[in-house]
Write a protein that binds this ligand. Sequence first.
Ligand code: UD1
Length: 370
Amino acid sequence: MNCVMCVVGARPNFMKIAPLMRSLAQSSVLESYLVHTGQHYDAAMKTAFFEQLHIPEPDEDLGVGSGSHAVQTAEIMRRFEPVLDARAPDAVLVVGDVNSTIACALVAAKKGVPVIHVEAGLRSFDRTMPEEINRVLTDQLSDLLFTTERQAQENLEREGIDPARVHFVGNVMIDTLLDNRPRAPAVADVLAAAGFESGPTGGFAVVTLHRPGNVDDPQVLGQLVGTLEALSRDVPLLFPLHPRTAARLDAAGLMSRAREVCYLLPPLDYLHMLALLQSAIMVLTDSGGIQEETTALGVPCLTLRPNTERPITVESGTNTIVGAERDRILAAARDVLRNGGKAGRIPELWDGHAAERIVAVIEDWFRPSQ
Ligand code: UD1
């Protein structure tokens, strides 16, 4: 048996690793081992996802917690090294673009352990985003790269990565989405769990914000809250708060104003979030994953960022890039309310079977050549 050590760290990793752990468990030639770095640790940011998505308890929890980028990345590396030494896997598999992804890929690569990157080749071409740096570097260190959209392969070739190492397999996050759609509760139950006795009677929009570029500067955050205030006169807004955003709203004295104009919810578990996304008239977000999930669900998405690393969601899907500027957001949102927004179509291979394809390629890759 060849051993694949899988790494997760932050919330958006969990829905990607769930179908991979399941497919790896079904393999007769691979065994898997799960390391959680502890980048995200709260029940709402971690435990709920493991339970709902039936992710096995991590074999190792590094418990790194929060910190500056340098501190967090260094701490993950420091704590991951002895685990890697002790277990000596045949490969380390990392997903996405968070600090845990680059930190563990870097430790493995320097020890000569092959690195497998799931969700490779996505590029926003915006190095002010920490995730972009994580993506570029992780791909450079990887031996086997799995992509979610065809354009990713061109990005990798431009950076000198051998196309023979790149496999277009579809999207593991959409495996999880399709698998769990029937399990999502009613929206009223989500609101009741958050303490709201009644919710919006007609349709609603969902808002998520957590990018440092949108929430860390009080002035930018204040303008966004003002934009939400204007939009809330046209459509009720349901806004699950990421801990980073909650802290920034508090610090900027904006929390009560946000509460007046939105249904503010705590960070939601996977199924509660899915319930909101699939019933929304539209979603306004700065998340990467939600751009893909709304495309798969056929729900119009307005991305409150200047760019996206997931162009397929704009070209084929329901996504429109609007940035963070008030007039553009309001015009785009009102257009969706009047005209229904982009219908979109499901991107190639977003069919619920990406994890199976990935495991088949890994099995082949380990097979000794005749
Ligand atoms: C990280 C990822 C980002 C991803 C996001 C999803 C990086 C560089 N960023 O950003 O790509 O979109 O996760 O959530 O890896 N906190 C808690 N509880 C937790 C975890 C965090 O309260 O369980 C709070 C802490 O105050 C922490 C802050 O959230 O300082 C930010 O957490 P951190 O992991 O540093 O970055 P995210 O903004 O979550």
